[in-house]
Ligand binder design. Structure first.
Ligand code: GLP
Length: 241
């Protein structure tokens, strides 16, 4: 695993955006796996800045997002579809037809998860998967204790995830209780993985995930077994490693 220690959030974002840019420049028609959460927002801002300067072209890029809340319409500003349009898709020359987020409004979980997994396969897999890290070690919405072999599936969110995400909703009761997420198996099949972390409240989980035992209790720990992982974090998040 390559680890890049950044000075601060801005520097972490620039370093992560550099890695994504390199992928897009080397393979203009690449498949990018994208993530939501507060951590990658600065990375997307940096990519937009370089696009505006004329240094990046997304016209041939295809994207697949990790996850989506089940039951939230795309128009809800807390849906991950909305997030992606707000922070990246509507700000660069990406073809909307080539952007993919699980459809949270499809009530049939098996149907939607099967469709999504098949879509990823038909694209030839993900070239570079961007990930954030949940406080309990979740990646995408793969919560502790889930089998490593899973592909895209429907999950019940844990109390701690609902708690962590309630700041974005009027109350904890408004946070959806389920989500569709790429599984660990789907994530592990990406050719390259880029994980971004910032802030001192991630320091413990960074240590457990990347220097502790590989266990489903810490979903991100499986990344230790992937052969092309880059971790980019600010000083605070990497303080314990
Ligand atoms: C959510 C997302 C994850 C993300 C995590 C951490 O639960 N499903 O993909 O990594 O939050 O978010 P943050 O970056 O805001 O700490």
């Amino acid at each position: 695993m390559k680890i890049y220690k950044a000075k601060d959030y801005k520097d972490m974002s620039r370093k992560a955006a550099n890695i994504i840019s390199a992928q897009v420049i080397m393979k203009p028609n690449c498949v990018l796996g994208l993530a939501t959460g507060s951590t990658p927002i600065g990375t997307y801002d940096q990519l937009v800045e370089w696009y505006i300067k004329g240094d990046l072209d997304f016209s041939e890029v295809t994207t697949v997002n990790l996850d989506e809340y089940k039951g939230l319409p795309r128009t809800n500003d807390q849906s991950y579809y909305y997030f992606m349009h707000q922070h990246l898709f509507d700000r660069v020359n990406i073809d909307p037809e080539r952007t993919n987020v699980p459809n949270g409004m499809e009530p049939d979980a098996e149907k939607e998860c099967g469709r999504y997994e098949e879509l990823i396969r038909s694209l030839g897999g993900v070239d570079l998967q961007l990930l954030g890290l949940g406080h309990n070690g979740h990646i995408g919405f793969n919560e502790p204790g889930e089998a490593f072999e899973k592909e895209t599936h429907c999950v019940d969110l844990t109390e701690s995830t609902i708690e962590a995400n309630k700041r974005f909703f009027a109350s904890a009761d408004d946070v959806p209780k389920q989500a569709y997420t790429m599984g660990i198996k789907t994530i592990m099949q990406a050719k390259k993985i880029l994980i971004v972390v910032n802030g001192e409240n991630k320091a413990d989980i960074v240590e457990r995930a990347f220097f502790g035992p590989v266990t489903p209790e810490v979903p991100a720990s499986i990344l230790q077994l992937h052969n092309d992982v880059t971790l980019v974090g600010d000083k605070a998040a990497l303080a314990k490693i």
